[in-house]
Design a binder for this molecule. Structure first.
Ligand SMILES: C[S@@+](CC[C@H](N)C(=O)[O-])C[C@H]1O[C@@H](n2cnc3c(N)ncnc32)[C@H](O)[C@@H]1O
Length: 247
């Protein structure tokens, strides 16, 4: 009997620790535990799927997503805004050399633009969405509309979900009453959501879990205020011994 034609084997990624060893050298705010969460989510993306990342900076999270999902394409969106925190076009050069060093240039398409400029004309389905762009309420509110391109059961992660006033207010306004986005959990302030199927809509218990994170959000905003005022001993009293913001 003739043997059926073989499907080409899906490329397998290197292991997380090897990739994170390189990612550690890339500037950014993503913690190792958060990188692991993104890695696991990217692994779930089907072959031929598309990962969209909003806010790429030097490519710390982009490298994690693309390395974890050789079966998928990644679109990385960043206008490379100027200023001391984000660094402007020099950051774009770092992004490109970090991607080249990781051997991921072919897999990642950089769109140098604001997410809010691209979204109105976007048409392609998205398999996994990562939001870590501009953290104000209005941009986050618009960025959440990218979830309209996700199918039922797909996931969305948002960085700084519970450590930034704009992002958290956007979640309370748009996700808390949503029938479509279910809050799953968080790794630090990286929150995971899932697109709910019509047959299993978001429940009251799902919504309560968002509200239950609010004390933690208030603690993080308080710590950020203490750090800005250089009141480091007070921040230590509430368990934050780092000089960096809580992420
Ligand atoms: C917190 S950083 C992203 C960090 C990155 N995800 C990482 O893991 O290293 C935020 C980025 O969002 C970018 N950004 C600012 N406004 C944006 C917008 N409207 N759309 C997309 N990205 C934006 C900034 O240029 C900056 O590089």
């Amino acid at each position: 009997m003739p043997t059926p034609p073989q499907q080409p084997a899906a490329p397998s990624p290197p292991d997380f620790q090897t990739v994170f060893g390189q990612v550690r050298e890339i500037g950014g705010w993503l913690t190792e535990a958060q990188a692991r969460t993104l890695w696991d989510e990217a692994r779930r993306v089907p072959a031929g799927g598309l990962i969209v990342e909003i806010g790429s900076h030097q490519g710390r999270s982009t490298v994690v997503l693309a390395a974890a999902a050789p079966q998928a394409r990644v679109v990385a969106i960043d206008p490379f805004v100027g200023g001391t925190m984000f660094g402007g076009l020099a950051t774009r050069d770092r992004f490109q050399s970090n991607l080249a060093r990781a051997g991921l240039v072919e897999q990642v398409e950089l769109r140098q633009a604001r997410s809010t400029e691209l979204r109105p004309s976007w048409t392609e389905p998205v398999s996994f969405l990562y939001i870590d762009g501009k953290h104000d309420y209005w941009t986050l509110s618009d960025d959440l509309r990218w979830s309209e391109f996700l199918p039922d059961g797909a996931r969305l992660c948002i960085h700084d979900a519970y450590s930034s006033i704009g992002v958290t207010l956007g979640l309370l306004r748009h996700v808390l009453p949503s029938r479509r986005l279910r809050y799953l959990d968080r790794t630090g302030s990286l929150a995971r959501f899932e697109v709910a199927a019509v047959t299993a809509p978001v429940s009251r218990a799902d919504r309560l879990r968002i509200l239950a994170e609010l004390p933690w959000w208030l603690r993080n905003v308080g710590i950020k205020v203490l750090l800005r005022l250089r009141l480091y001993p007070l921040a230590r009293l509430v368990g934050h011994s780092d000089r960096a913001d809580p992420y």
